[in-house]
Design a protein around this ligand. Structure first.
Ligand code: SF4
Length: 62
């Protein structure tokens, strides 16, 4: 199953991905964006988050 990943070294914490796909992306207690553990990920939403991420730091891993 494909899973979205975030390069936290590049993430600026803007929250755009969370606005686009709040079921997938969230801030953790430390204020970093993390990917929720889901059985399946909504491809269209994640692709939109990838397209809108200003740092190009979201990607699909296999
Ligand atoms: S859209 Fe990109 S830069 Fe913004 S919080 Fe999400 S992963 Fe980080």
């Amino acid at each position: 199953m494909r899973r979205p990943e975030i390069d936290l070294g590049a993430c600026n914490g803007c929250g755009t991905c969370i606005e686009v796909s709040p079921d997938v992306f969230r801030f953790n207690d430390l204020g970093f964006v993390q990917v929720a553990d889901l059985d399946a990920y909504p491809e269209a939403e994640v692709d939109e988050a990838i397209a809108l991420c200003p740092e190009d730091c979201i990607y699909w891993s296999q």
